[in-house]
Design a protein around this ligand. Sequence first.
Ligand code: FAD
Ligand code: SIN
Length: 526
Amino acid sequence: MDRRTDFLVIGSGIAGLRAAIGLADAGDVLLLTKADPTESNTGYAQGGIAAALGADDAPDLHYADTMAAGDGLCVPDAVRVLVDDGPRYVDELIGWGVRFDRDAQGGIALAREAAHTVRRVLHATDATGRELARALWMKALTVPRLTVLNHVRAVELLLADGHCAGARYVPGAAGELRAGDIRAGVTLLATGGAGQVFSDTTNPAVATSDGVCLAWKAGARVADMEFVQFHPTALAVPGAPRVLLSEALRGEGARLLNASGEAFMARYETEGDLAPRDRVSRAMLRESRRTGQPVYLSLGHLDPALVHARFPTASASCRLVGLDLARDLIPVGPAAHYMMGGVETDLWGRTTVPGLFAAGEVACTGVHGANRLASNSLLEGLVFGARAALAMTQPPASGRMAGEVREVDSTLARAHGRASSCARPAEGAVRRRMWDAVGVERHGDALREAVAALTEWQAAIDAPAHAMRTPDEWRLLSLVTVGRLVAAAALRRTESRGGHYRGDFPARDDVHWLAHIAERKRDTDS
Ligand code: FAD
Ligand code: SIN
């Protein structure tokens, strides 16, 4: 069935919901989400949302911490917007009924997380995302001209004269609608992250980076794809899901220990347990390799009642695998957590394709540079979702990222000749290859082989015979397309910076690499 709307919003996390609310007075809004409405990275967010609201804090301090975490590649104007506008939009959330935890005096309780120099993180126990999603959905339901379609998957962007004119959709895995087109004046991608591209991830099943795949196929520029954040403390019990154990645990005093009970982080990093995530992840891997044993999170020295009350989500996750968060040593290890790169936008969410906007984790505003400061992504979705909504009601203009951008040629066209001999890959093989070759530690040889394999796989699944796809095939298409973009950028960047670590180029190289890598699909690509 075909439909028409003024504004199409794809995704129901913090960015999509905030944008949809912002568009309320400007016209008809159609919001698509491919699964249950609350199934999103937003719904699983634990630690909280950062904003300079404390008495000892200021936007300038938040700016400095964000720039430092970004390791030389943050876009300064974008960070300025984030830290200056953040407190206002967080206050607005409180006005809409978000119940953040309070301290004994009734003020907002602020937590500390890695690489923040002050306590700055507003939270609702360790289930902050669930509380944010609840309040945003309550607010969205008051929007008069908003229609929500659940279990509907956007699979292609419609183009007319180089402008985005809406999207094609098919039923999601549990959807009942028939496939069709949605013609829209303006379209926003708010499709979230890419964690599922890797076998080991904290992200839920919906995080397949569909938005990057859709935008890239429509000719939009994607940038910074090599920068993936690996969270150090995902539960590492064989056979159990890699659920996140929030960094806020370490903020409240949890320690990383090796199998002999030694607090080893100080040997690797001066900031110890609260060093930036990429460095903690690598230190844990090295310690694990050195000892041949797992690494553990320990809260045994803290008050058990406080631990369970402050961290009910982590506590329940541990209980499910027979562990007591407050008493036991909890095996942990890194897992893919957040995608810093994405669809390139300007400061108002405009992509390089007129009529197409992007906000939240799918977008690359340049706010995070090479590494995201903890709890800045909910804030980014909130602030830039709101700004995109404002800009979507304005006359069209196309966006550009600030700073040096090197656009590279896609290698796909050359691979097409080999496509017929290559079978469609199994999803597990793709995700395992990404984890092994494009994970926490990368190396040129393995990256080169991964890019070759992904390029062939992409050509095989893009072939016209597969045009009518099942939900699993659409999912695979995103994973392979985005995986190739990540691997190719990681191979190209011959240095280490932020979340991107090359064992064969372990140093940061500002002479050659103080620049963003961007890629745009050519007409010759599939
Ligand atoms: P999401 O919240 O992921 O929403 C994406 C939406 O798009 C979903 O509704 C999905 O169904 C829909 N969608 C995707 N593809 C399609 C398609 N093809 N068609 C239709 N719909 C589609 N960040 C913080 O700042 N603080 C934290 O404490 C924090 N904790 C985290 C904990 C976990 C376990 C995880 C996984 C992430 C955490 N993050 C945290 C990161 C943060 O949650 C995300 O970056 C942020 O919520 C992304 O919001 P979003 O609106 O961009 O996307
Ligand atoms: C966490 O709670 O550790 C996740 C916070 C984030 O990803 O910003």
